[in-house]
Design a binder for this molecule. Structure first.
Ligand SMILES: [Zn+2]
Length: 195
């Protein structure tokens, strides 16, 4: 099981933190950090994204036989969303297809959800009797992100595929984290200068 600390939550939004659950330190996305159920639940717990009742279902209410299928769907959603958001940053046909897929996925998730009150307003919540509610939960979180975030602030790390919201002015932040990619990039340019 993988444990997640604050360095896993640098995206500025849960959706971006969700996309950032890959360990690759380049532009590949092969090293999935939430590939097994216990790691996924550990991430969900650390992200504080589900209610206590939902966490209880994730911990004890989903049979082993269903977990692999759900993880596959979560993984597919994660990569479709990454490609779609990457398409906002640099449009390409394949990325637009991903955006269309995501749009369709959002429509089906909403049609299977209820509007429930939250704070001063309402939000879409998937019906928990459907086994797919975990996946739909993420789909609706993505809908919320797309509709309520200043998407001009979206950036992807220059070195890896981690995404974040840039809060600085001008060119702003270029790396997911100075501790990892920022330092590695500095080291490379230092070596190049001193060759
Ligand atoms: Zn990075």
């Amino acid at each position: 099981m993988i444990l997640f600390n604050d360095s896993a939550f640098i995206g500025g939004h849960t959706v971006l933190d969700f996309l950032n659950t890959v360990e690759d330190q380049d532009k590949q996305r092969n090293l999935n950090l939430i590939a097994d159920w216990s790691s996924f639940v550990a991430w969900a717990q650390a992200a504080s994204v589900f209610s206590q009742a939902q966490m209880e279902i994730l911990n004890n209410g989903i049979p082993n036989s269903e977990r692999v299928g759900l993880l596959l769907e979560i993984q597919e959603l994660k990569e479709t969303t990454y490609t779609a958001l990457d398409g906002i940053l640099s449009p390409e046909t394949t990325k637009n297809i991903a955006f269309g897929k995501l749009e369709y996925r959002i429509q089906t998730a909403i049609s299977d959800s209820s509007l429930v009150s939250q704070g001063l307003g309402f939000k879409w919540e998937p019906k928990s009797e459907s086994l797919n509610w975990v996946v739909d939960f993420f789909v609706l979180l993505i809908e919320n992100f797309l509709c309520h975030t200043d998407i001009t602030k979206l950036r992807v790390c220059k070195r890896c595929t981690w995404m974040f919201l840039n809060s600085g002015r001008g060119r702003g932040r270029q790396w997911c984290s100075m501790k990892t990619c920022g330092n590695r990039a500095k080291l490379v340019s230092f070596r190049e200068r001193n060759q």
